[in-house]
Design a protein around this ligand. Structure first.
Ligand code: PBG
Length: 323
């Protein structure tokens, strides 16, 4: 069909027409709110590069999670900031670790809110890497057992789902086995299957105090140049037992979300990461763009590309906008 027979503007002329032909509808059901928890009481430390986000002690964490729940957000993702770090990340899998305590408190106070726990070691190791370090090398196989222990300790603390973000090879199978062998075959795994080695994680590392003390994460996180490799990572994690596949970051990698969507039929989560959030907030503060509109446009675009759910620091603001 060609102009003048076809006029795309006919169906754009008013809001009702536009609503009727809208292909992608963002819903509060799509949103997952990431939260940072640390020790103490009454703590609410602002994260400078992430306006509106805080390092929260458990009491305040529960308050924020309740707010999210009341807005209809179905799930939160929990990141722990421990008091102590050591080479073996022991506080990641300690029974009374910060995530384990926070998980229990959240499930106790807001049982219907789905609680996803991030499973990684970087906040808990003194060197800041996501695995065990031998000399300068991140030892893949030595790390697997600790990741499985961490995931299991979260399940024991009543987490609803675990989300390994370490990018060690083989960790999904190891975690699946540990969960199954201990009576947690109903706990799903949301695998950070496609996690790029991204500069967009900057604000998060400030928030979680998780920057590597030497080197970088290039030997385990993916090279931003690669797309076919993303399909291999996804295939591998599905075979190992992943229930939800995550792609991260989101906006610079919409092509990857779209390609993975065509390849698989499992639910896909996209992580709209800290740097993506910080850029919008900074530009909005400068008066350079309309932050609220950019937020809604970005989240809609992530969904349009094929994501079923979006982890985003905008979750509360977007939920308000949608209600
Ligand atoms: C830890 C982890 C990171 C993020 C989620 N889990 C940071 C990293 O890999 O250094 C980033 C999230 C964000 O930037 O919002 N492995």
């Amino acid at each position: 069909m060609l102009f003048p027979d076809y006029r795309p503007r006919r169906l754009r002329q008013n809001d009702a027409f536009r609503r009727m032909i809208r292909e992608t509808k963002l819903s509060v059901d799509d949103l997952i709110l990431p939260l940072f928890v640390n020790g103490g009481k009454g703590v609410k430390n602002p994260i400078p590069s992430m306006p509106g986000h805080y390092q929260l002690s458990i009491d305040n964490l529960v308050k924020t999670a309740k707010k999210a729940y009341e807005l209809g957000i179905p799930a939160v993702m929990l990141f722990g900031i421990p008091d102590k770090k050591d080479p073996l990340a022991t506080s990641a899998y300690a029974k009374d670790g910060i995530v384990q305590k926070a998980t229990k408190a959240l499930k106790d106070k807001i049982p219907e809110l789905i609680l996803i726990t991030d499973v990684c070691l970087c906040q808990y190791t003194d060197h800041g890497h996501c695995g065990i370090v031998e000399g300068q090398i991140i030892d893949n196989d030595a790390t697997l057992d600790l990741l499985a222990k961490t995931a299991l300790s979260h399940a024991k603390a009543n987490a609803d789902m675990v989300a390994p973000s370490d990018m060690m090879d083989g960790r999904v199978a190891e975690i699946r086995n540990a969960l199954d062998e201990n009576g947690f075959s109903n706990i799903p795994i949301m695998s950070y299957a496609v996690k790029y080695c991204s500069a967009f994680y900057g604000p998060f590392r400030q928030a979680a105090d998780s920057s590597p003390k030497f080197g970088d994460r290039r030997t385990y996180q993916m090279d931003p140049s690669n797309a076919l490799e993303a399909i291999r990572e996804v295939t591998m994690d599905i075979e190992e037992g992943a229930d939800i596949i995550m792609i991260k970051p989101a906006l610079p990698y919409l092509d990857i979300i779209c390609r993975v969507r065509e390849e698989i039929d499992l639910p896909i989560a996209a992580y709209n990461v800290s740097g993506e959030f910080a850029m919008v907030k900074a530009a909005d503060k400068m008066g350079w763009l309309d932050g609220k509109r950019v937020m809604m446009e970005s989240l809609t675009a992530i969904k349009r590309s094929g994501a079923d759910m979006i982890l985003t620091y905008f979750a509360i603001e977007a939920a308000k906008e949608l209600s």
